[in-house]
Design a protein around this ligand. Structure first.
Ligand code: UGA
Length: 463
């Protein structure tokens, strides 16, 4: 392993053409970014409806800055879209960005990656120039060396490191700031498979990033794969750790997890980020990647108690929220009207994959509650799941109307600005459960019944 932080020469890469296979979150953001930096890019997507949406210059999901940039690069033809993978023939670098969803047992489903690898191998067989294949899909350690490389070699009848190059280049972008994170990565990891060289990828990035090029770390392919899992599992562990402290604080009068997190975050060995207690982590990455790592460990007979504990704490955490509601009403929620503020797995996205709202709402419905829900972006997606079982509201005030309890599940900026008045004015009984710690406890406790994750409520102390 070694670092490279020298500026790289982009000479000779001027007409480089790139293909990106898979127009999901990572692939689309990357393709749009490369095209915006004047790299001729072909985006391959086999899902017809996604492709049709993209061809109308519409991203299939919300992401800040993505839509205008997509429009621009499609108009300038720097980005072209296709559903035919053989179109990668005219490109020299192919990024693999297809999904690796979780199977029922938590392990990673590699089917899309292996299918794409077979198609790419068909192109490598005919290539006259040395193609670079870059794996951006998140795959468990050894997948590239033991599965992808053998597929590419056997289906093309060519040799990795001699006739083509294969590099693992994990992605660290976050939903909600995907374009910004792609423009300014904190580190670029390149894991070279076999005798592959990552030089072409370094030169491509030097061209697109110029002086803002991040430090490049060169490793083997399996280490690069492990870096991605370690990165996500560590962040998930930080969250499960602070949620564990929050659950202790909840039972210890006079303690508040927010102050604890702030204080320990000042220790440079800990750092302030990812210490926000809440209803548990969701999204398309942490739950899937932590499960895949646990499944991988069990497959290779390695015990991983810490990672399993991270997962277990997270699976229980949404029920810490429902417990506050259920306890408050003495067990039954029959006939109670509950307003839910926030449905997406975090703010600034309409993504509801593994969102805690999808676990908490059924629990409340099961106990007889009637649910009114609000989210600035995600109600349409949630409607596809709950249909008419819950009421969808366009405004916070409308959502609170006549309800007996309000639960805040996503940290939207709009909710952070709420004052006690709106709850007092619209709710039947103004009881607020702040699962994201977006409100000021001092102000809210003085005006209404306020409960929060990681803080023993004054109301429950006095009851
Ligand atoms: C995560 C990582 O942060 C990215 O670096 C990584 O590239 C990405 O997964 C991926 O593997 O593709 P993302 O899932 O978009 O990104 O969102 P995060 O901001 O990490 O949040 C994940 C979940 O953790 C959310 O539900 C969020 O609310 C929760 N969270 C986050 C907390 O509960 N507390 C915190 O302090 C931080």
């Amino acid at each position: 392993m070694f670092y490279i932080d020298e500026p790289w020469s982009s000479e000779g890469e001027g007409n480089l053409r790139v293909s990106v296979v898979g127009m999901g979150f990572v692939g689309l953001t990357l393709a749009v970014f490369l095209a915006s930096r004047k790299i001729r890019t072909i985006g391959i997507e086999t899902n017809r409806s996604t492709l049709d949406t993209l061809r109308r210059s519409q991203p299939p999901f919300y992401e800040k800055d993505l839509e205008p940039t997509l429009k621009k690069v499609l108009k300038s033809k720097m980005l072209e879209l296709s559903d035919d993978i053989s179109d990668i023939a005219s490109t020299e670098v192919t990024f693999v960005c297809v999904g690796t969803p979780a199977r029922a047992d938590g392990s990673m489903d590699l089917a899309a990656v292996t299918n794409v690898a077979k198609s790419i191998a068909g192109m490598i067989a005919k290539d006259t120039e040395r193609r670079l294949v870059v794996i951006k899909s998140t795959v468990v350690p050894t997948t590239t060396d033991n599965t992808i490389m053998p597929i590419l070699e056997s289906f093309s009848n060519k040799k990795c490191g001699k006739d083509f190059d294969l590099v693992v280049n994990p992605e660290f972008l976050r939903e909600g700031s995907a374009m910004d994170d792609t423009r300014k990565p904190h580190l670029i990891v390149m894991g070279e498979a076999g005798n592959s060289s990552s030089k072409k990828l370094r030169n491509l990035y030097a061209r697109v990033y110029g002086k803002q090029m991040a430090k490049v770390m060169i490793t083997g392919a399996s280490t690069a794969e492990m870096i991605k899992y370690a990165n996500n599992s560590f962040l998930a562990t930080k969250i499960s750790f602070i949620n564990s402290i929050a659950n202790i604080c909840k039972h210890v009068p006079g303690t508040d997890v927010e102050q604890v997190a702030e204080a320990i975050g000042h220790d440079p060995r800990i750092g302030p980020l990812f210490l926000k207690a809440g209803p548990g982590y969701g999204g398309s990455c942490f739950p899937k990647d932590v499960s895949a790592l646990v499944a991988f460990c069990s497959k290779i007979n390695v015990d991983s108690p810490l990672i399993k504990a991270t997962q277990e704490v997270n699976m229980r955490q949404p029920y810490e929220v429902t417990r506050i509601v259920i306890d408050r009403f003495g067990g039954s929620l029959e006939g109670k009207k509950i307003s839910i503020l926030g449905l997406s797995f975090k703010k600034d996205t309409d993504d509801i994959r593994e969102a805690v709202s999808l676990k908490i709402i059924p629990e409340l419905l099961k106990r007889g509650a009637r649910i009114r829900a609000h989210d600035p972006m995600a109600t349409g997606r949630v409607k596809e799941i709950f249909g008419d079982d819950i009421t969808y509201c366009d405004s916070v005030a409308g959502c609170l109307d006549g309800t007996d309890c309000c639960v805040i599940l996503t940290e939207w900026d709009e909710y952070r600005k709420l004052k006690p008045g709106i709850f007092l004015e619209h709710m039947n009984t103004p009881i607020v459960i702040d699962a994201r710690r977006v409100l000021n406890p001092q102000i809210f406790e003085a005006s209404l019944e306020y409960h929060a994750i990681g803080r023993k409520s004054k109301a429950s102390a006095s009851r």
